[in-house]
Design a protein. Structure first.
Lengths: 493, 184
C-alpha cells in the first residue's frame, strides 16, 4: 500500500532516521503505540470525511476544556454560602486571568449545549442511530441529561442573585413530581430552604458525581461508536455501508481541529471582550427579584407558564417525561433501515416540529419580558445592579476566624497569681497567651489542663524526654510559685 | 479492510498522498503545541497568582498614646492588632511587641521574635535583660545581643507618631542570618 509507512517517522538524514526509528520501536514494544495509533487514527469513514461529522469531536474537546478550567477555578472557590460569592468575586476581580478563565468556563457550558443540539440534530437527520446503534443512541441521551445536570448544578455555585433565585425556582419544580416530590426537593436542597447545604450538594454533584458519570458514559459512547462504525452519509446502508472509505486521519482530524479552533477563538474572544458577569451576592430577602434561567432553559421556562392549577403536573412532569422517553426510544420506534431524511417524513417532521416549538417558546419568553413594562423595568434594574457590582473593587471578607487568644478572666486568686508566674517564667513565649499554644509549643488548655495537680507539678519539675526534645525546660521556681502555676494551668480547661 | 486506496468511486473523496498526510501531521502537531502553549499561559498565570502579585502593604497598627510610654524604665509589652490579607479574606490577628523606654526623645519598638529560631523573647525584669527561653540568647534593654546563639540584635519595627499616638508596622524577618531582612 502506498502509505504503509506513513506512521513511521521520516527524515532524510539517515542518522536521525535510525535514532527515531529505534526510539519508535522501543516505545512500540513497551506501549504498543503502533496499534494504538492505528486504532485511533485509521477508523474508516464510509464516503469520506465531512464537516457534518465534526460535532462529536468538538464536544469531546469542549468537555476537556471545561474540565481543565473547572479544576483551576476550584483553586480559589469555596463551596459554602458564606464564602462562595466572595471567592468568585475574588476570582473575577483580583486573580490574574480569573475573569477570563471563569468566562471560558461559563460560556463553555453554553457552547456545550449548542454543540450537543447540533450533534443530536445531525445524528437524527442522518438516521445515524439506525442499524444496531440503539445503545450508542441511549448512551448519547444519558450524556445529554448529564450535561444539562452539569449546567443546572454549576449555575448555583457563584451564589449571586441570579444563581440563587433561578435555582430556587428549579428546585421548587421538583416538588411537583408525584409521590416523592416534596422529599426530592428537600433532598436536592439539603433541607427546606436554599442554604449552605444546597451549595455543598450542588458542588459535589457538579465536581465529583456528574463528571465521573460523564467520563464513564463518554468512554462507553466512543467505544460503542467505534464498535458500530461510522454510519456515513444518509444514502449508505447503516449496517453495511458499501461506500469507499477514508481514514479518520488526516482529513476528518483536520476538519475536527479546525472547528475546535474556531470554537476556541469564539469562546476566547467572548471571554476577553465580553467577560461573563457576576451579580451582587444572593439576598434571599429580596422580594423584587425576577429570576430568569440561562437561555437554554428558557423554552422550558416558557412552557411551564401555560400549566397552572391541577393540570400543572401534566406540563411539569408527564409531558416532559414522555418526550424524554420518546427521544430515548427513537431507535426502537423507527426501525427501518432507510436513512435519507426525505424518505422519513414522519420521523423528521416530528423532530423538526419539537425543535421549532423549543425555539418559538424561547423567543416568546424573551418577547413576553420585553413587552411587560414592569418586568422590563425590573430586569433593567437587575442589569444595572450587576454592572454596578462589577465596577466596585473587590471587598475581602473580614473573617470571624481571626486568630486571637480567648479573653479568659481568671477569677480564682490562686490561678490569678499563677498567671503572673506563667508570664514571668515566659511560658507564654511557647505556649501562647492563656495557654492557647503556638508553633513553638503545644496548647495547655484542654487535655493538659485536665491532668491531676500532682502530675502537672511533676511534669513541670521533671519534663519527660519527649518534652525536653521539644525544648521544654524544667521550671525552676519556689514550691509556692509552682503550686499557683499548676492552679493556673488547671484553670485553663 | 480496504483502507484509503479504493478506486472508481463516484464519491469525491480520494486517497491522500503520503507527503500530504505527513505534512498535515506536522501542521496538526505544530498547531496543537502552539495552541496548547497559548492556552496554558492564562492557566499558569491564574494558578501562580499568589506568587506573582506583591502582597499588599501591611498597614499601621495603633500601639497606644505616647503619654503612656513617656516615663518607661523597662521595655513594655503591648498587644497590637494587625490586619492582613489572606487570599480573599481579611484577618485580624493579635501580635506582641515591646515599646522601649524613650531615648533621646525617640520611642523604639522591638519585635519579640528571636532572630535565632523564632521563639518569643520575654523581658525578664529581675535580670533586666531579654532572655530567649529556647536557647538562652540574651539581649540588653535596647535589644543589643549580649550572648547566646542569635546572629543579630533583636529586630526594630518601623514606627511613627501620628497625632500623639504611637503606630507600628508589624513585620516578620528572616531568621538565622546576621542582617535584618523582611519577609514579604
Amino acid at each position: 500500500m502506498a502509505n504503509e509507512n506513513q506512521k513511521k517517522p521520516q527524515n532524510s538524514n539517515p542518522q536521525n532516521l535510525r535514532f527515531q526509528q529505534r526510539f519508535y520501536n522501543w516505545l512500540d514494544l513497551r506501549v504498543g503505540i503502533d496499534s494504538l495509533l492505528h486504532e485511533a487514527l485509521d477508523e474508516p469513514i464510509p464516503g469520506g470525511a465531512r464537516w457534518a461529522y465534526v460535532f462529536g469531536s468538538v464536544l469531546l474537546f469542549l468537555f476537556i476544556s471545561q474540565t481543565i478550567t473547572g479544576i483551576v477555578l476550584a483553586l480559589y472557590y469555596v463551596p459554602s454560602a458564606d464564602h462562595a460569592h466572595t471567592t468568585v468575586a475574588y476570582i473575577v476581580k483580583e486573580v490574574t486571568g480569573g475573569s477570563f478563565l471563569r468566562s471560558l468556563h461559563a460560556y463553555g457550558s453554553s457552547a456545550v449545549v449548542i454543540v450537543l443540539l447540533l450533534h443530536l440534530t445531525q445524528t437524527y437527520l442522518y438516521g445515524a442511530y439506525k442499524g444496531r446503534r440503539e445503545l450508542l443512541w441511549i448512551s448519547g441521551c444519558v450524556l445529554l441529561a448529564l450535561m444539562l445536570a452539569m449546567a443546572f448544578t454549576g449555575y448555583l455555585l457563584p451564589w449571586d442573585q441570579k444563581a440563587y433565585f433561578a435555582t430556587t425556582v428549579g428546585t421548587n419544580m421538583a416538588a411537583d413530581v408525584p409521590f416523592i416530590g416534596t422529599w426530592l426537593k428537600r433532598f436536592m436542597r439539603g433541607g427546606n430552604e436554599m442554604g449552605t447545604l444546597t451549595i455543598s450538594r450542588f458542588f459535589v454533584a457538579h465536581v465529583f458525581l456528574l463528571p465521573a458519570a460523564l467520563i464513564g458514559f463518554v468512554a462507553m459512547h466512543v467505544y460503542l461508536f467505534r464498535k458500530a462504525g461510522a454510519a456515513g452519509p444518509p444514502s449508505a446502508d447503516p449496517i453495511k455501508p458499501e461506500l469507499p472509505t477514508q481514514r479518520f486521519y488526516p482529513r476528518q482530524v483536520v476538519m475536527d481541529t479546525v472547528v475546535a479552533l474556531v470554537m476556541i477563538l469564539i469562546l476566547g474572544g467572548l471571554a476577553h471582550f465580553a467577560p461573563f458577569e457576576l451579580g451582587p451576592r444572593a439576598n434571599p430577602a429580596d422580594t423584587q427579584y425576577i429570576p430568569r434561567p440561562e437561555w437554554y432553559y428558557l423554552p422550558i421556562f416558557q412552557w411551564l407558564k401555560y400549566w397552572r392549577g391541577p393540570y400543572a403536573i401534566f406540563g411539569i412532569v408527564i409531558i416532559p417525561a414522555i418526550t424524554a422517553l420518546l427521544l430515548v426510544c427513537v431507535p426502537f420506534i423507527d426501525r427501518r433501515l432507510e436513512r435519507r431524511p426525505w424518505r422519513r417524513p414522519i420521523a423528521v417532521g416530528v423532530f423538526l416540529f419539537i425543535l421549532a416549538c423549543f425555539v418559538a417558546m424561547g423567543l416568546m419568553s424573551a418577547r413576553d419580558d420585553r413587552r411587560d413594562p414592569s418586568i422590563a423595568a425590573q430586569v433593567t434594574k437587575q442589569r444595572e445592579a450587576t454592572e454596578q457590582f462589577m465596577r466596585e473593587p473587590f471587598q475581602p471578607e473580614t473573617g470571624a476566624s481571626s486568630i486571637s487568644a480567648p479573653a479568659v478572666t481568671v477569677i480564682d486568686p490562686l490561678a490569678a497569681a499563677g498567671k503572673k508566674v506563667y508570664e514571668s517564667e515566659a511560658c507564654d513565649a511557647c505556649h501562647g497567651e492563656n495557654g492557647v499554644g503556638t508553633s513553638a509549643g503545644p496548647k495547655l488548655s484542654g487535655a493538659t489542663a485536665q491532668k491531676s495537680a500532682e502530675e502537672l507539678a511533676r511534669l513541670l519539675r521533671h519534663p519527660t524526654a519527649k518534652m525536653i526534645e521539644g525544648e521544654m525546660k524544667p521550671v525552676d521556681v519556689s514550691d509556692d510559685d509552682l503550686k499557683v502555676l499548676v492552679a493556673y494551668i488547671k484553670s485553663l480547661k | 479492510m480496504n483502507e484509503a486506496d479504493y478506486s472508481g468511486s463516484a464519491d469525491k473523496v480520494a486517497p491522500e498522498p503520503v507527503s500530504r498526510r505527513s505534512f498535515l501531521g506536522v501542521l496538526l502537531g505544530f498547531g496543537t503545541v502552539v495552541m496548547g502553549a497559548a492556552l496554558s499561559v492564562p492557566l499558569i498565570r491564574f494558578a501562580l497568582h499568589p506568587l506573582l502579585t506583591k502582597t499588599t502593604d501591611i498597614g499601621w497598627s495603633e500601639v497606644g498614646k505616647i503619654d503612656e510610654f513617656a516615663s518607661l524604665t523597662a521595655p513594655l509589652k503591648k498587644l497590637i492588632t494587625v490586619e492582613q490579607r489572606d487570599g480573599w479574606r481579611k484577618i485580624v490577628s493579635e501580635k506582641a511587641i515591646y515599646v522601649l523606654p524613650m531615648k533621646d526623645g525617640v520611642l523604639r519598638v522591638l519585635s519579640p521574635i528571636c532572630p535565632h529560631l523564632g521563639c518569643s523573647i520575654p523581658w525578664v525584669d529581675a535580670k533586666h535583660q531579654f532572655i530567649c527561653p529556647c536557647h538562652t540568647a540574651i539581649f540588653t534593654l535596647d535589644g543589643v545581643r549580649v550572648s547566646g546563639p542569635a546572629p543579630r540584635p533583636m529586630d526594630n519595627l518601623e514606627s511613627k507618631i501620628d497625632n500623639g499616638t504611637l503606630k507600628v508596622r508589624y513585620q516578620y524577618f528572616r531568621q538565622l542570618i546576621p542582617t535584618k531582612e523582611a519577609l514579604s
